[in-house]
Design a protein around this ligand. Sequence first.
Ligand SMILES: [Fe+2]
Length: 137
Amino acid sequence: MKLIWNQKLSVGVDAIDDQHKELINKINDLTETIFKGEEKEKVVEFIEFLDNYVTAHFSHEEAMMLKADYPEIVSHIREHAAFITKLDTFKRNFNATGHTPELSFETQKWLYGWLLSHVSKQDKLVGAYINSKAGTA
Ligand SMILES: [Fe+2]
């Protein structure tokens, strides 16, 4: 199963949408690596790669929220931080056990679920807010 970006996931800000598309590619690559049965070192390497991309993406989003004076910035940043913490937990688990089917499915389910829910709720609110401010400026 692969995640595919579609218009329903658009937050209405091109720069964020482009990063989300790239993020989806990276998540698909990671889950493919896991399910191909690659060595745990390779999986951990991919998780680190995803971690770096996500950290840069979150910083970008957070800078946009700050610039726009987004009122829900604190709770949004908390969701980002929770994602990074959980990703670290998966990285540690893969390091410890290698990929068991349970861990692989759990990781995929969580990554897909988190992304779809965070983007379609939280990030859309940010996009709408930024666009509404742009309209009044
Ligand atoms: Fe976000």
